[in-house]
Unconditional design. Structure first.
Length: 135
């Protein structure tokens, strides 16, 4: 059994880039990715939420690749955006890096992150399905 993403007909269709439910088969390895920020490898923080979001999702993909996993292994995303900033820019970065993949997701606006220069933070959970179970 591979990862299963489900949107039951008894629930309103997703209103965004997500699925209502992600099922991870028994025996899979879960990979927890700490909240990623829009900080470049050299420590630079771009001035816009769009540029930061591009780094955030790029970092998540790089972390997954370091584990030999594709973006489609993500089962859950939690996105925190500073209120008043462009959520569509975050959505565009997510589409750029994750394509049509629709994991279970939560997105919230917050008053601020730890550093006032940061506008978006995303944490992820991915799963490595044993080779014999992947389809």
């Amino acid at each position: 059994m591979a990862l299963l993403f489900n949107n039951p007909s008894e629930v309103h269709a997703p209103l965004g880039l997500y699925s209502h439910c992600a099922v991870v088969p028994a025996g899979s390895e879960l990979i927890y990715i700490s909240g990623q920020l829009g900080v470049a490898k050299d420590g630079r923080t771009p001035a816009t939420i769009g540029e930061q979001a591009d780094l955030v999702f790029g970092n998540i993909v790089a972390i997954l690749q370091s584990q030999g996993l594709p973006p489609s292994s993500i089962v859950k995303l939690s996105t925190f955006m500073v209120a008043g900033h462009d959520g569509d820019a975050v959505r565009a970065a997510r589409l750029k890096h994750l394509g049509t993949h629709r994991p279970a997701s939560t997105a919230v606006f917050v008053s601020e992150l730890v550093d006032p220069a940061w506008f978006v933070e995303v944490e992820a959970v991915a799963a490595r399905v044993p080779a014999g179970q992947a389809t």
